[in-house]
Design a protein around this ligand. Structure first.
Ligand SMILES: [Zn+2]
Ligand SMILES: [Zn+2]
Length: 449
């Protein structure tokens, strides 16, 4: 019997069950027969949730690999004094774990070596043939409020892009900077309300600085679909973006201003505070999803030609956004979960399908806590492809924005990701879609009248 984490308290002791989770390596061991398993990956090795309902003690028949992301286990269930335990546990093949099955299909075929060689050879060529795009980035260090305020120089963005073949990146200024911080649970939460006018004034500084950074580093600023389609490996272009529409302060007309004054072409509605536009995944819901102001902002973006990004939004926000928008939606940085924890930043297949149904694209992000290797990151993209199709998945690195280490720390890693996608069984056409083609399509649709 396959079990969801939310149903653990209903289980009868002595039953054999199957369950997916993330093993917690308590030291640097790569394999162990006794370890803890959590519903979602911890933020760092050795980090287990304090809530015992989010942790299971595993006693396995033999040592199990701990460092390869999630595992799917069969074992005998028991619970003692509120602590959960799975004994006589062993690994089983999870349903729909496509990257493994793809690779296994390759491995069983007589042309395995030839197929792999052709795929990997053409994987890097795919980067040259398309416009590779990272559609969520704070590269250069643009998420740092201190850097924005002091005028400290930005680190190189264009140079690693040219080296790796990344043609364009969405450079996102942070809309709610200075109002959230890491709290005792190790996660970001808002800790104060901004003063009236504060976040608007901040946006005037951050938009100006990010425009300056792009120009100083010789990056073209993309303002229309023709320019994005023309961007290629070896050049470096920027799409001006914002993470959180907090700077609007509830005034949809400021979308028009940011479009004209700062070349804003990609707007993520919400971030780490519940703003005037809607609810967020990481705090209790206040508005029941997208607000009327949020709906008006989407209509303005649709009319002007600004990509609408619903990352960080609740399921209810995404659902109403999908019903309001006349253009495809983007959800720029997340990954798939079948067992969503409370306040998770990950999304379910159901939420992912809402994006796909608008013709949109979901960006998979690369925290090492979720994807410890480039191969597991490619497998994470493959899992989302299985949920929504190859036309609706892309890359959102959240570069310089993640709390922990990233398996994709800079753009010179792009060829390695292309290789890993080939290793996961994708052909050159599909690699081209995943690494930029799908976003280019959505951008073009968003710019169309
Ligand atoms: Zn984010
Ligand atoms: Zn971010």
């Amino acid at each position: 019997m396959s079990i969801r984490w939310s149903d653990l308290n209903l289980l009868v002791a002595g039953r054999r069950v199957t369950l997916s989770g993330h093993p917690v390596a308590l030291s640097s061991q790569s394999h162990a027969a006794r370890f803890l398993m959590t519903q979602e990956p911890g933020c760092c090795p050795g980090c287990a949730p304090r809530d015992p309902a989010g942790t299971i003690e595993i006693q396995a028949r033999s040592a199990i690999p701990l460092l390869s992301g999630s595992v799917h286990l069969s074992g005998v269930w028991s619970a003692h004094d509120g602590a959960y335990r799975l004994t006589d546990a062993h690994l089983v093949e999870p349903v729909g774990w496509s990257a493994i099955t793809r690779r296994r299909a390759l491995a069983t075929g007589p042309l395995m070596c030839l197929a792999a060689a052709v795929d990997i050879g053409s994987a890097r060529a795919a980067i040259q043939a398309i416009t590779a795009v990272d559609f969520h980035s704070h590269a250069g260090g643009i998420a740092s409020l201190e850097r924005m305020r002091t005028g400290r120089p930005f680190s190189p963005v264009a140079e690693p892009m040219r080296k790796g073949g990344m043609a364009a990146v969405c450079l996102a200024v942070v809309g709610d900077g200075g109002t959230h911080k890491v709290m005792t649970d190790g996660r970001l939460h808002p800790f104060r309300d901004p003063a009236p006018g504060e976040l608007y004034a901040l946006s005037q500084l951050t938009f100006a600085r990010v425009n300056d950074m792009a120009r100083t580093q010789g990056m073209a600023i993309i303002t229309n679909a023709t320019a994005l389609r023309a961007a290629r490996a070896g050049t470096a272009s920027a799409i001006i973006a914002a993470e959180g529409g907090d700077f609007l302060e509830g005034r949809p007309d400021r979308v028009d201003e940011a479009y004209a004054k700062w070349s804003l072409r990609h707007l993520q509605l919400v971030h780490y505070r519940v703003n005037e536009l809607g609810d967020i995944q990481t705090e209790p819901a206040v508005h029941g999803g997208l607000t009327d102001t949020g709906a008006e902002v989407i209509r303005r973006c649709n009319k002007l030609g600004i990509v609408v990004d619903v990352a960080h939004g609740t399921f209810d926000l995404v659902r109403r956004a999908a019903s309001v928008t006349t253009k495809p939606l983007v959800l720029s940085h997340t990954s798939l979960t079948n067992n969503p924890a409370r306040f998770t930043r990950l999304i379910t297949p159901e939420q992912a399908r809402l994006i796909a149904q608008t013709g949109g694209v979901i960006g998979i992000w690369p925290p090492e806590s979720i994807f410890p290797t480039m191969d597991s990151f490619a497998a994470g993209m493959a899992r989302m492809v299985d949920a929504v199709g190859v036309d609706h998945v892309g890359l959102g690195t959240d570069m310089r924005g993640l709390l922990g280490p990233s398996v994709f720390p800079d753009y010179d890693r792009l060829p390695a990701l292309a290789d890993a996608l080939a290793g996961a069984g994708f052909n050159a056409t599909d690699i081209g879609k995943l690494l930029g083609g799908n976003y280019v399509r959505v951008f073009e649709a968003s710019m169309a009248a």
